[in-house]
Design a protein around this ligand. Structure first.
Ligand SMILES: Cc1cc2ncn([C@H]3O[C@H](COP(=O)(O)O)[C@@H](O)[C@H]3O)c2cc1C
Ligand SMILES: O=C(O)c1cccnc1
Length: 344
């Protein structure tokens, strides 16, 4: 669907209305998957979480025989005004340079997508015009935040069956940590990590920037959409839209790391069920990602010590999810293989 912003409804109100009519998991599809699983040539439950993964795909695709024919990593790139506070180990110019690198196939996410036959799209979000520094005022106005959320809906266009949102944006671990502090409380230091590798002084600047922002915006942090526009970035707004569009179109979502989960946490704060269709691809080595996942009730598939972003952890998880589906779809049954079933 398109979010044609009408003139008489405030943009955020239009977004809020989306969460009143989210599709539910398809229990009949889950039952069909379980029935087939019971016939496959393995002891019951022996594929552990791989079995749950297929049930999750069936539930949210609404299909008794789920498919992964067109998986997509959608990388959103945005620049952050707060980068001027010296919160990253790299200059803001790296965001645009990495977009170029994605285009020429040189980034980690290119190799992951290539190795596992996953589509990759990169969405550049006005990189020449960073968001406003949120230590000085809101990062975005409501209209821009809502329009960027709506832009995220493009991810599902062209027909995909599995989505992993990814991101690139120097300074965005500061934005994500600020969002977690606003949503879940505590000082900045509870949520920050070293991102691209800031030293102790950089980490102190990062914590100070977030604590200053929490004080500045304190009166407006009870509404997740206000948190998004004040402390977020364009890639976080667009990923919220992409995750929502996926839900509305029955496309399951694989979450990546620390930054992607800030978009998921904001949606969860609007309506816990809004991320029911999301699985955690991995746990990042960044900051408090493990705590965030526990709070969202998501158990990560992988724990590889990665802290890159770009959708890289989610892309690797898609390889695993494809394998789970291949077992379910292509294994022989006891009957077809002439293997004896359980004796007692
Ligand atoms: C070369 C390079 C490639 C990256 N790919 C993802 N990120 C990751 O690092 C950034 C966030 O870290 P911070 O908040 O410390 O700036 C994001 O762009 C994220 O996607 C990268 C960072 C760099 C430097
Ligand atoms: O986990 C992530 O998403 C992450 C960690 C560090 C830097 N950028 C992204």
């Amino acid at each position: 669907m398109s979010l044609a912003m009408s003139t008489d409804i405030r943009p955020f109100e239009e977004i809020r209305m989306l969460f009143a009519r989210l599709p539910a998991p398809d229990q009949a599809a889950v039952a069909a998957v379980r029935a087939r699983d019971a016939q496959l040539t393995k002891p019951p439950g022996a594929l552990g979480r791989l079995e749950e993964i297929v049930e999750w795909l069936a539930a949210w695709q609404g299909a008794p025989a789920p498919a992964i024919a067109r998986p997509l990593v959608a990388v959103y790139a945005g620049n952050h005004g707060v980068a001027a506070q010296g919160v990253s180990a790299f200059p803001a110019s790296v965001t645009a340079q990495m977009v170029q690198n994605f285009t020429s196939g040189g980034a980690a996410i290119n190799q992951i997508c290539k190795a596992h036959d996953i589509g990759l799209k990169v969405y550049e979000l006005a990189l020449e015009r960073p968001t406003f520094d949120f230590t000085q005022g809101p990062a975005m106005d409501e209209r821009e935040a809502a329009a960027t959320f709506a832009y995220g809906f493009e991810a599902i266009e062209g027909g995909i069956d599995l989505l992993a949102p990814g991101e690139m944006g120097i300074g965005n671990t500061t934005s994500a940590a600020a969002i977690y502090a606003a949503l879940f409380g505590g000082p900045a230091s509870r949520w920050t990590g070293r991102g691209t590798g800031v030293d102790d002084a950089g980490l102190a600047r990062k914590n100070a920037a977030i604590d200053a922002a929490l004080a500045l915006h304190a009166r407006h942090l009870s509404d997740p959409l206000e948190i998004m526009r004040r402390l977020g970035g364009r890639e976080i707004a667009a990923m919220m839209g992409a995750i929502t569009a996926a839900r509305l179109n029955r496309v399951p979502v694989v979450l990546d790391g620390f930054v992607v989960c800030a978009a998921a946490a904001l949606l969860h704060a609007i309506a816990p069920d809004a991320i029911g269709h999301c699985i955690a691809g991995h746990v990042s080595a960044e900051g408090a990602h493990a705590e965030v996942l526990a709070t969202l009730g998501k158990k990560p598939l992988l724990d590889l010590g990665m802290r890159l972003g770009e959708g890289s952890g989610a892309g690797l998880a898609i390889a695993l999810i494809k394998t789970a589906l291949a077992c379910h779809r292509d294994m022989a049954t006891f009957e077809s293989a002439g293997v004896s079933g359980k004796s007692a």
